[in-house]
Design a protein around this ligand. Structure first.
Ligand code: DGT
Ligand code: MG
Ligand code: MG
Ligand code: MG
Ligand code: MG
Length: 269
């Protein structure tokens, strides 16, 4: 077919192919969730409904899109790791980012009522997205460690901060002042001696975030079949292997996790 004279405008499209053999990480983050969490009465410091909704959206992203090895989420953010050999949309960064962000955002609205039955969604939320390439396995491990360390540091601070405010009766600025210059041990001590909170007993999802991995499950169903020689239909058991995503709230900073999951970084997974 003859090309129109307008065809040349295609040449203005920038090449955003992700370098081959690199892990492609897409990280989303809720836009202005400071306000969004206030307006939707999220409990502080953690709202289990909100975190479970985020996990549900990430599971939908993994199921609907191609080539995602794992995902890790905490607070209002989620990171998706694409296989380093992925050739999905010819590795175009804009395709990765926009598909992940739009699938996640529409899921957030779609599943909202399953988690917030009593709380109407007041306005359409948005998520920003970025792509980062990591050339080595160690870089990828360090990236995930960085996000989980961020989760830990923020959650430790927020847990003691909101204890001081909600139970200790301090104003937010007094609580902030009280915590100025404290290290982790000091924060643990304040929680333990003043509020009887053993931080290590706080829910794992709050302390570690959520890792989503693929798991094979056997699905057993009954199927009616008609044998050629027999008049009656017979019910038989059919077992099918299916992949599903499972949420884990484990440590991913230490080497143990990677030793227990050698398939994740191997080329064949
Ligand atoms: P941004 O990302 O630059 O558009 O702005 P924000 O406001 O989303 O800032 P960000 O992403 O650095 O911080 C996340 C905000 O979301 C932070 O204000 C706390 C809030 N948030 C996230 N998860 C929860 C939760 O479970 N409970 C409550 N109360 N707030 C949460
Ligand atoms: Mg931000
Ligand atoms: Mg945000
Ligand atoms: Mg954030
Ligand atoms: Mg199209």
């Amino acid at each position: 077919m003859a090309k129109s004279k307008f065809e040349y405008v295609r040449e203005f499209e920038a090449d955003d192919t992700c370098l081959r053999n690199c892990w492609v990480v897409i990280r989303l983050d809720g836009r202005n969730f400071h306000r969004f969490s206030e307006q939707h009465n999220f409990s502080k410091p953690n709202d289990a409904r909100a975190l479970h909704l985020m996990n549900r959206c990430a599971q939908n992203v993994m199921q609907e899109l191609e080539d995602i090895l794992l995902a890790y989420g905490q607070s209002d953010e989620y990171s998706f790791v694409f296989h380093k050999k992925s050739n999905w949309f010819k590795r175009r960064a804009s395709k990765f980012i926009t598909h992940v962000a739009s699938q996640f955002a529409s899921s957030f609205v779609f599943y909202w009522k399953d988690y917030f039955a009593e709380q109407p969604l007041l306005y359409p939320p948005g998520f920003d997205g970025r792509a980062v390439l990591y050339p080595s396995d160690q870089n990828l491990k360090d990236y995930l460690s960085w996000r989980q360390a961020d989760c830990h540091i923020n959650n430790l601070y927020n847990t003691v901060f909101w204890s001081l405010v909600q139970e200790g009766g301090l104003t937010p600025s007094q609580a902030q002042e009280r915590l100025r210059g404290t290290v982790a041990a000091d924060k643990n001590e304040i929680m333990f001696s003043e509020f009887n909170i053993n931080y290590n007993n706080e829910p794992l999802m709050y302390r570690k975030g959520t890792l989503l991995l693929w798991q094979k499950v056997n699905e057993v169903t009954m199927k009616k079949i008609k044998m050629p020689q027999e008049a009656e239909e017979k019910e038989v058991q059919v077992t099918r292997s299916r992949s599903q995503t499972v949420p884990l709230h484990c440590d991913i900073i230490g080497e143990l996790f990677w030793e227990e999951h050698p398939e994740l970084l191997s080329d064949t997974s």
